[in-house]
Design a protein around this ligand. Structure first.
Ligand code: SF4
Length: 227
């Protein structure tokens, strides 16, 4: 049975977060996520009130060909939670057209081999495995409260194995002085691996400049509400 993926959206933009921020990237956002964070910013991938009426189905070869047409530096596989799908055929198809695959995952599911970059963004609703944390090139902690980074550091046993642990304000808290101050103070107090982060593509509206992108669907802390 040939592999077919449910696709929420594809678009050309630039990476707005992390070590590769600012680089030309093609995004493939797959449908589906069982984690269900109440501040999810991609609710159209799973939230019953926001999933599209019709979801595109595409083969790995079709997605790789579409990505290659845009000539990106790399392709970001995201979701939803992309690792609920078997990503090996997609990673192989991207490699066949010369495109490195970067992954954004919560780290609770198996991560395929062959990726050029792995970003693990842990979620309390389904915490990451120790294997995922050790294979991460960078970790992105979503800071939803001033003690979020302390809680995550305690949850992983006090240490991180990668060189970059980004502290991102949860987007609906980006103006919350206590959250921002907690990030600043942690970086000033501890230095590496902690880095202050931001979702730079959002103020630019970089992703929505491509007509293939869906309108943003942030839950902002309450999944029962619309937007
Ligand atoms: S933030 Fe990520 S892990 Fe959480 S519900 Fe949304 S897509 Fe799933």
């Amino acid at each position: 049975m040939p592999t077919v993926y449910p696709v929420n959206e594809t678009f050309l933009s630039w990476q707005g977060e992390g070590v590769h921020m600012g680089r030309k990237a093609f995004f493939i956002r797959l449908q589906g996520c069982p984690v269900r964070c109440d501040w999810c910013d991609s609710a159209s991938t799973w939230h019953p009130s926001h999933v599209p009426a019709k979801v595109r189905k595409a083969s790995p070869e079709e997605l790789a060909a579409e990505a290659a047409e845009s000539r990106p530096e790399f392709v970001v596989l995201t979701g939803g939670e992309p690792c609920v799908h078997d990503l090996k055929p997609l990673v192989a198809s991207l490699a066949a057209v010369g495109l490195p695959a970067h992954l954004e995952t919560c780290g609770a599911f198996d991560i395929p081999a062959g990726l050029a970059w792995v970003t693990v963004s842990p979620k309390w609703a389904k915490p990451p495995t120790s294997e995922a944390l050790s294979s991460a090139d960078e970790v992105k902690l979503i800071i939803e409260a001033p003690d979020s980074a302390d809680r995550w550091t305690e949850a992983v046993g006090g240490g991180w194995s990668c060189s970059h642990v980004w502290l991102h304000p949860e987007w609906s808290k980006r103006g919350d002085a206590a959250v921002l101050s907690a990030i600043t103070e942690r970086v000033k107090r501890l230095g590496p691996p902690y880095r202050a982060g931001w979702q730079v593509h959002k103020p630019y509206s970089a992703d929505s400049a491509d007509p293939r992108a869906r309108p943003p669907a942030p839950l902002g802390g309450d999944p029962s509400k619309g937007f």
